[in-house]
Design a protein around this ligand. Sequence first.
Ligand SMILES: C[S@@+](CC[C@H](N)C(=O)[O-])C[C@H]1O[C@@H](n2cnc3c(N)ncnc32)[C@H](O)[C@@H]1O
Length: 235
Amino acid sequence: MAAPSLLKRAVRRLIRPHGSVVRQGEFVTFRPEGFVEAEDPGSLLCRHYYEVMQLRRCLGLIAEQGVKPGRSLEIGCGFGRLSPYIAEHFEQHTAVDINTWAVSEASRFYPKISFSVASATELPFPDHSFDAVITWTVLQHIPNSLVGKALSEIKRVAKPKSLIILCEATLYAGRPEKGWQYTHDRFPELYAEAFSPRRLIVSEFITELDRISSMGSPRRLMVFEPLDQADPDKQ
Ligand SMILES: C[S@@+](CC[C@H](N)C(=O)[O-])C[C@H]1O[C@@H](n2cnc3c(N)ncnc32)[C@H](O)[C@@H]1O
C-alpha cells in the first residue's frame, strides 16, 4: 500500500506545500487537523495512546525522584490532548500555547485545567513555580535563534526539586535549519547543557511511533532529574 499513500502525500503537498503548519509571528502552529498527523483515524488513536503510555512512564518518575505532585506546567499544549494525562498526576495543572483557537478548545474540553495563551519564550509565571515542566513536540518547532530563550524560561519557572520532561525530535540534529515550516532537530546535549547541573536521566527514542505513524523524525524522550537541594554543589 506504499504507492497510494505516496500519491496521497504528493497530492496533499501540491495543495498545501507547508502541510498543516501555519506561521504565527516568529513561531509555527498548526491547522486544527494537523496538530497530530497520522494516515488514518486508527493509526492516530494508536499513536495517541502509545504517546500517553510513554508520558505516563515518565510521570511515574515523580514519586521515584521524590518530587512533590503539586503544580505542573505544560508548554505547547495544543488542544489539550495530553493535558488530562498530566493533570492526573498533579494537584494543579497549567497549560499554555500560542494558538488561541487550540487554547479555547482545550479550556472547553477540560474546564478543571488552567489553560492560557503564552509563548515558551516569555512565560507569565514567577521563578520556581512548578514541580514539573513538560514539552511534547514543541521546542522542535521553535527556531534556533529563539530556543535558548525558551530553555532559560523553562529553567526559571521550574522549582529546583522538579522534573523536566521533553519529547522532541533529535535524529537529524546537526543538519542545517531547513526553513520555518520544518522541525528543528537538536542534540540532546543542547538541552542537557541548558538545564545543567541537572542530569539527563532518560534519553531514548520512542521508536514504536515510526511503525504506528509515518513521522518526519522519531521523537526522543528526555527527562531531567530534580536538583538535590541538600547538596549546594548540585544547584
Ligand atoms: C506538534 S504540536 C504539539 C501539541 C501537543 N503538545 C500535543 O502533543 O498534542 C506543537 C504545539 O506547539 C505550539 N507552539 C509553537 N511555538 C510555541 C511557543 N513559542 N510557545 C508555546 N507553544 C508553541 C503550537 O501552537 C502547537 O500547539
